[in-house]
Design a protein around this ligand. Structure first.
Ligand code: GAP
Length: 499
């Protein structure tokens, strides 16, 4: 796991242990595995295990319902491979690049901005001062350092001095880097059997373009009127030079994006509307409010298509990191597709008889990144009493029930006296409605702990009292409170609680 210096300047080293615990739990309990692990793994790629895929699906379902179960948002599922002209029109062929350098000594390959990011704060300030003594002589705010550096280093006149100031993190040599080259992050492949330039296609680096190119199809087939949105969940691929921090920056990931088409002039108002909606969604699904913040992009650092942009950032153990971007993309994408395809992308307003190119407010969340944020946010260690009267550390994933991979665990207290049969009946009754887990091995206390660790909201135990009065113990994960509930009313009880 790579360690980064967070934007707030704190060394992530202090939080490494927490990340290690979460990565290890994710593997041990079947949330996330390294891709192709038996062959040593493939950098920047991860596999979701039995509990992980369930939780990821729950997260995507919550997003899908939130975004498309409204009268003014439709869904699509566009193909990953698209006509190569799409990426010329979108600006990705020209602009979707990172500055990359190679170390001449050890042949390591790095992103220029990442090399800078890994310097100590003191060194960063020294480097910046060497470019502009007047501007950087005084107290520098830590969080603006990296952004300023990217700005300074994007000027080719500064390239050599920048490279001389940096040290190779692998071999430790100074002033050893090749000139920075622009490296396009799109993965290339070929359609058909001939691998020549006419057959090149790209794996999409964002799902958004599949929505733009279908704007007219969706509008005419659904008969939506502006303002309306189109939502999509799907894989995106970026050949990141450096992947880092578990699921945070990977080469293959999933996005949950929505493009909301509005009349120019109403874009600022819709931008604010969607900002509020999206922040509230994370909080409603259980993310701690105090671990979320807005980061507004400074005007000179906006993406080539954006008029305004805010990121929703989560406080990861390694610092604040973006989990979703809300962008005002203006009419950039539709205009460019109209220009490159020669197909009309304008909208005719039947009421006002006006024809215009809509502006777009985009909400773009990473499904994989949000998944990781939810895992981290839910992870708690607390002291809990043992059956023997002692105290132990209880690891509990306090996931929102809607995200929890397993909703109910069912335990027979002992494997005799008819308890397994009764437990199996309960399992049969609940399984069509919920993902349930049947566990009859080990002490009940241990079985509770195993479920706490994966965030199961309810554990149902069949015990000797069940044999007498047909009630079971239902234990709630976070409070550990236990209640006796009649078997006949159990399904209703669980559904009320989960609702
Ligand atoms: N359509 C706009 C767009 O793609 P972005 O800020 O590049 O904007 C949106 O990406 C979201 O996708 C990010 O907020 C993040 O959650 C996720 N994302 C981007 N690159 C990623 C990567 N390499 N690994 C994991 N998630 C990533």
């Amino acid at each position: 796991m790579e360690v980064v210096i967070s934007k707030n300047g704190k060394s992530a080293g202090a939080h490494d242990k927490l990340m290690e615990k979460i990565v290890s739990l994710a593997k041990r309990r079947g949330f996330v595995f390294q891709s192709s692990e038996i062959y040593g793994g493939l950098n920047g790629c991860w596999d979701y295990g039995p509990l992980g895929v369930e939780m990821l699906n729950n997260l995507k379902l919550q997003w899908w319902k939130e975004m498309t179960y409204r009268n003014n948002v439709e869904g699509v599922d566009a193909s990953i491979l698209m006509h190569p002209k799409v990426w010329e029109a979108s600006g990705h062929v020209e602009n979707f690049t990172d500055p990359m350098v190679d170390c001449r000594q050890c042949k390591g390959r790095f992103r220029l901005d990442t090399l800078f990011d890994e310097l100590s704060i003191k060194r960063k300030k020294e480097v910046l001062r060497s470019f502009d003594e007047a501007k950087y002589a005084g107290q520098l705010k830590d969080e603006v350092v990296l952004a300023d550096f990217i700005h300074v280093s994007s000027d080719p006149a500064n390239a050599t001095s920048i490279l001389n100031a940096l040290t190779c993190p692998t071999c430790g040599n100074r002033s050893t880097f090749t000139e920075a080259r622009r490296f396009n992050l799109m993965f290339k492949t070929f359609v058909g059997p001939v691998e020549d330039s006419s057959a090149v296609v790209f794996l999409r680096p964002e799902t958004a373009q599949g929505i733009f190119v279908n704007f007219q199809n969706v509008q005419s087939s659904s008969r939506q009127k502006i303002p309306f949105g189109v939502a999509q969940i799907g894989k995106a691929f970026r050949n990141e030079i450096n992947t880092k921090n578990f699921l945070f920056r990977t080469r293959e990931f999933e996005q949950m994006e929505m493009q909301f088409f509005v009349k120019p002039g109403s874009d600022d108002q819709w931008f604010e509307y969607w900002r509020a909606e999206r922040m509230n969604w994370f909080v409603r699904l259980g993310m701690k409010k105090e671990k979320l913040q807005w980061h507004r992009h400074e005007p000179e650092k906006l993406a080539h298509y954006a008029k305004d942009a805010y990121d929703i950032e989560y406080l990861f153990p390694f610092g604040w990191g973006e989990i979703e971007g809300i962008h005002n993309r203006t009419d950039y994408d539709l205009s460019r597709h109209e220009e490159f395809s020669s197909k009309g992308m304008r909208y005719f307003d039947e009421e006002t008889k006006e024809k215009y190119t809509p502006y777009v407010i985009e909400t773009s969340a990473g499904a994989s990144r949000s998944f990781m944020a939810y895992l981290i946010d839910a992870y708690h260690e607390e002291e809990a009493p043992t059956a023997e009267g002692g105290v132990e550390t209880r690891v509990v994933m306090k996931l929102h029930p809607a995200l929890a991979p397993t909703k109910v665990a069912i335990f027979p207290l002992v494997n005799r006296d008819g308890m397994p049969e009764l437990s199996k009946n309960i399992e049969t009754d609940l399984r069509p409605s919920y993902r349930v887990f049947y566990d009859d091995s080990g002490a009940v206390g241990r079985r509770y702990r195993r479920q706490d660790e994966v965030g199961t909201p309810f554990c149902v135990t069949v015990d000797s009292q069940t044999l007498q009065d047909d009630t079971v113990t239902v234990r709630e994960r976070d409070s550990m409170q236990q209640e006796r509930v009649g078997v006949g009313g159990l399904k209703r009880y669980i559904s009320d609680k989960l609702a």
